[in-house]
Write a protein that binds this ligand. Sequence first.
Ligand code: PXG
Ligand code: PLP
Length: 440
Amino acid sequence: MTVTAKQLDAYWMPFTPNRDFKQKPRIITAASGHHYTTDSGAQVYDMFAGLWTCGVGHCHPKIVEAVQKQVAKLDYAMAFQLSNNLSFELAERVVDMAPDGFTQCFFTNSGSESVDTALKIALGFHRARGEGNRTRLIGRERAYHGVNFGGMSVGGIVPNRKIFSANLIPGVDHIRATMDLQHTAFTRGQPEWGAHLADDLERLAALHDGSNIAAVIVEPVAGSTGILPPPVGYLERLREICDTHGILLIFDEVITAFGRLGKPFAADYFGVLPDIITTAKGLTNGVIPMGAVIVRDHVYDAFMHGPDKMIELFHGYTYSGHPVAAAAGLATMDIYKEEGTFEQATALAQPFEDLLHSFADHDKVIDVRNIGLMGAIELAPRDGAPGARGTEMHKRCFWEENLIIRNGMDILQFSPFLNSNIDDWNKSFDSVRRLLDSID
Ligand code: PXG
Ligand code: PLP
């Protein structure tokens, strides 16, 4: 092992059972293309593309070169009242790729920061237009919007909120999650059932009066809570209700942006236009931390009033628009275009769906869900031990099959590369089946 006991002890790992992990650590020391190398030299196939991050594969030579060059040329430049050329170049590329009408981009360093930035922009937008009473924020149950206080508050994951219950930001409500296995189990793509759940927003608008609501934030496809594609008509209905009441619609596209559904954004895929889009992950292929909040012109324009020598939005990060991250982002945008990454992802969606749904009749499987290159196989929990079966699958895939899959409790999740080889998938799903047959 490359890591000493003292080193292992020193690192408090994120979203990981530390004591269990440190008994038998799973440590990656290198990566190339679609494989990791472990500290014992094993080649492991990555069926999660990093953590939804590395769509075009690991250590893509074009990104590596861009980062190496940039770090030697301009390592950092003050981000407030000064900037670097690459941040502007990347902003232009991102808004050009975004749906029509998206005209500005604010840089952050992660999805969590993008979400909190978007919520602050929404509140500032209404205040700037003289509607400072619009302060309520609406999230959804079973949503993940990162771990900062705003995102956690609009999020809907109980363990993430539990110990902070008294400190979540005030004035937040949640609409219901869109999934109900009784109606939706084993659906391929978007379920027919569930558009009516968007009417929860109408109910909250009636309760609070719509004129007090600033924004609604949803993941177009809920990702980390187990791949929940939106019911047919659901996002359209949300948009409609937002329009009726003057509420801003925020799509949290930290996972879905940059090709995961075979389009630049989920907004393109579903043909529904939000007012604000949050991104991270695929913006730089995960190589350097970076996120972006993309807004439509009316949102930016609302801030561009008042004394023109004054800061319009009192918000920003030391590393907003970091030049090395921007270099990674620019190289990533080049690759998406030159390699036709989104077209590759589109072509892979059907074979991916078919492979996933070949598990539908397995006796341990209670649901299979998929859209684009996001997929989940939900296992029946073991009696009295929810999550145990899923966690065992994750660990045994790694140790016995040299394969990375992710589990959220008993939901096995798959986020393959946008430029995957189907042969690798066939092997990977054979591995999953072998283990699923053999575990309790
Ligand atoms: N919003 C969404 C929709 C996300 O998926 C975040 C915000 C937060 O991003 P950062 O960069 O702050 O982590 C995310 C992140 C999983 C998993 O298990 C998903 C995420 C992160 C970690 C694990 O699916 N998504
Ligand atoms: N805390 C302190 C003491 C700081 O000086 C700063 C930034 O200057 C921050 C937090 C915020 O850091 P960042 O801009 O990297 O988010």
